[in-house]
Design a protein around this ligand. Structure first.
Ligand code: FES
Length: 132
């Protein structure tokens, strides 16, 4: 599936992002639970994951219209774009909501420190059918 990348200038891949996967086999086809990837400012966590073989669910294609790309930001939240009201509304639909819950497609890297992201084991398609 294609997905929407954030617009704007991308920095060089120099920001270390540790992806910790509770179910790595379903996300990558491998058993390795932690993968360190370097991303650039202006990139979303979703696009960095997908570009590096971590297949985080993204049912709406990265436009903040589902909650399948739900992740926990465990370190470096201040280095990411702030959560918007539409994101907060969506993320509330995600199972296992926590204080550090974010939508990976809405987290754009702004700063250069280390970031740690946990990808939950379950992934549920929470796309809502609009009434006709
Ligand atoms: S992919 Fe749908 S909200 Fe992120």
């Amino acid at each position: 599936m294609t997905f929407k990348r954030p617009e704007g200038v991308k920095g060089p891949p120099e920001v270390p992002i540790l992806f910790v996967m509770e179910d790595p086999l379903s996300l990558t086809g491998r058993e390795q639970g932690e993968v360190l990837i370097r991303g650039g400012t202006g990139e979303s966590l979703l696009e960095i994951a997908l570009d590096n073989g971590i297949n985080i669910e993204h049912a709406c294609g990265g436009v903040c219209a589902c909650s399948t790309c739900h992740v926990y930001v465990e370190e470096g939240e201040q280095l990411l774009s702030e959560s918007t009201e539409p994101e907060e509304d969506r993320v509330e639909e995600a199972p296992g909501l926590q204080r550090n819950s974010r939508l990976a497609c809405q987290c754009v890297i702004k700063g250069k420190g280390p970031i740690t992201v946990r990808v939950p084991a379950w992934n549920r398609n929470a796309v809502k059918e609009e009434p006709h």
